[in-house]
Design a protein around this ligand. Structure first.
Ligand code: ADP
Ligand code: MG
Length: 353
């Protein structure tokens, strides 16, 4: 007979497991940036600087002034399923961006990762390097505060994935988009984005406006910086509530619509999301006010008890699932319709009187 090889079941080693998992967490440079900036936000940073080279393929560096990590915690931070953000007792009560403990382990498996950090009030900083999944030892380092994570040669260890990278320009654009979304979600945090290769040019700064403590003012300032002051000047303030869900933000007047749905930004409990239910609700809200080929620009924030929404649906956490989807949809549809109608009445009464 034929000598067909019989299957052998093997336990995969940690590096291979991390590389497989990395495929879900990091698709492209922008997803690495997203994970690193979310970590900085979770660490309570007030200033975050992102620098990249070659569309993030060669270098991504995220520096923050957050709480930092101790030397002894560094190896743990880079291990899979190790996190300081949840203790596992209640997966329905997640208040941080991160909770899976996968990002740093994944990035260390598919690139050359260097983490330098100084725990707040600690006398010194420490550094650890992971290359293609192989972790080096912790060494002393110099850093005034916070954390610097540098990722070089993303996907060098997984050439198949490297082939799927788009042009530097397209990847840089995706990075910019990630930063814009997170900057909208966190108007009290200063962000700087810099293209290392484009000397001088290609720097974007979103400075936190600390003059007023008002969150709506801070958001308005941030949105006019990102979406243009024409948007905020032609947008209605949204602030409404229903069955434990609160909807706030800015939505364009029907007279200020666009030819594409590109300027629609949705957030759930401070997380940027791409969610069909919510974008569908947005479209429905404007149905009576806009022709089919026109789209409203909007930046809308739904906030609720974490128990009412599951953020654990997707490893990249771009999708969420509401416990009562109908309530979320209804909140957007009726909240926006009322706000638009009110704005219309006010405008016509101004003209009349
Ligand atoms: P997660 O964010 O899901 O916990 P990560 O792999 O992204 O998983 O990070 C692992 C841990 O490393 C975090 O829980 C946190 O304790 C620590 N950490 C990562 N980035 C930072 C940072 N910028 N500042 C302080 N601690 C950090
Ligand atoms: Mg994280």
């Amino acid at each position: 007979g034929q000598d067909r090889q019989l299957p052998i079941i093997r336990q995969l080693d940690e590096t291979v497991i991390n590389r497989i998992a990395a495929g879900e967490v990091v698709e492209r440079p922008a997803s690495a940036v997203k994970e690193l900036v979310e970590n900085a936000l979770d660490a309570g940073a007030t200033r975050i600087e992102v620098a990249y080279a070659d569309g993030g393929k060669r270098i991504i560096r995220v520096s923050d002034d957050g709480c930092g990590m101790s030397a002894s915690d560094l190896p743990l931070a880079l291990s899979r399923h190790a996190t300081s953000k949840i203790d596992g007792s209640d997966l329905l009560d997640i208040r941080s961006f991160g909770f899976r403990g996968e990002a740093l382990a994944s990035l260390g498996a598919v690139g050359r990762l260097t983490v330098t950090s100084r725990l707040r009030h600690s006398a010194e900083a420490a550094r650890i390097v992971v290359t293609g999944g192989a972790m080096g030892s912790v060494t002393p380092a110099a850093l005034a505060r916070g954390t610097v994570v540098e990722l070089r040669d993303l996907f060098y260890a997984t050439p198949a994935r490297l082939k799927f990278m788009r042009t530097d320009r397209a990847e840089a654009q995706a990075i910019t988009d990630v930063i814009k979304r997170l900057a909208m979600a966190e108007p009290a945090v200063s962000f700087t984005l810099r293209d290392i290769t484009a000397d001088g040019e290609g720097r974007i700064t979103f400075r936190a406006d600390s003059e007023t403590g008002d969150l709506f003012d801070a958001l308005r300032g941030r949105l006019s910086r990102i979406l243009g002051s024409e948007f905020t000047e032609n947008a209605i303030v949204i602030d409404t509530e229903r069955d434990g869900l609160r909807l706030t933000g800015f939505a364009a007047l029907p007279t200020y619509s666009r030819g594409s749905a590109i300027a629609q930004y949705l957030f759930v409990n401070g997380r940027p999301v791409r969610d069909k239910l919510l974008t569908g609700a947005l479209r429905a809200a404007y149905m009576d006010f806009l022709s089919r080929d026109r789209h409203p620009a909007a930046a809308l924030f739904i906030d609720c008890d974490p128990q009412l929404v599951d953020v654990n649906v997707h490893p990249a956490k771009a999708e969420v699932r509401f416990r009562e989807p109908g309530t979320a949809r209804g909140l957007i549809v009726s909240g926006l319709r009322h706000a638009i109608a009110d704005a219309g009445h006010r405008a016509s009464s101004t003209v009349a009187g």
